[in-house]
Design a binder for this molecule. Sequence first.
Ligand code: MN
Length: 311
Amino acid sequence: MAVMISRLRRRPYDVVVAVATDANYAWPAVLTLLSAGARSTASTLCLLFGDQLEADFITSAEDAFSRIGIPFEYVDADFTNFSSLPQRFHFTRAAYGRLCVPDVARRFAPLTLYLDADTLVMSDIAPLAELDLGEKHVAAAVRDRWRLTVSSPNGVIDWAQRGFEPTAPFFNSGVLLIHNDAWIREDVSSRVVAELRDRPGNATFADQGALNTVLHDQWIELPRSWNFQVAPTPSMRIGPIVLTRRSWFMPGSVRVLHYLAGVKPWDAHYPPGYPRSLYRQTWANFFSSAIPPADGYWQWVSSRYGNQRTA
Ligand SMILES: [Mn+2]
């Protein structure tokens, strides 16, 4: 009944695009939102969930959106509650910020497209805003590139005890289409936090493993192009094809590009090639200030393999 009532209530937008960040990823987070908002033909609100960001930054961010007429709201989110959750690899407590999103976003739209701050949107997100998740599903996502199933290493650690099928798909949580009311109804965020508190040893990639545990059987698999995961590796573009040492892809068919791992495309040491050029070009298109110059190919090789390697 509650679901039917909330469906009848009109909300001002079709979809919310949301990114959560601390000060470290603040400008990349703005770029992610701008890349999504600028290309969207759906009625879209961009929401930035910031972990105690400075007033100057917020004003500059608001300017960046109003200059090109994209609806935007800053949400002052306190991530202190997440401080006690496991923080390993390059993840900080802001990695759990997505758990705050649906409760705010549902006032604005029925759906949320949650994006990591290390993603760039390369196409119109309207097809996602029109997706019908049905009654049973809470979210839609793309399979993780390296962990295809719950039984993959660093997938759902205790999949067998939980009685999951070993071949059940495992999603990457960097791009999540969320049915806001269903997420709240199923109490997903609190269940994920409880899961991480009770079994911190099972925490893989911040809340990715716990999300896959709680949302098991309740998500729809999206085509790979909606979360096209690239590893930081040198690449070369030949016409419509980008080649890396181990694989190739066609950037024309990518809808959301996701820069995996600890080194990020705005870092000087990100390996040279198409994904890095695209990132810098997009940055230059939206912001007046440039990212500091990147390493050339030989500099990159010596910083990666030579003696001058820095932390
Ligand atoms: Mn990511």
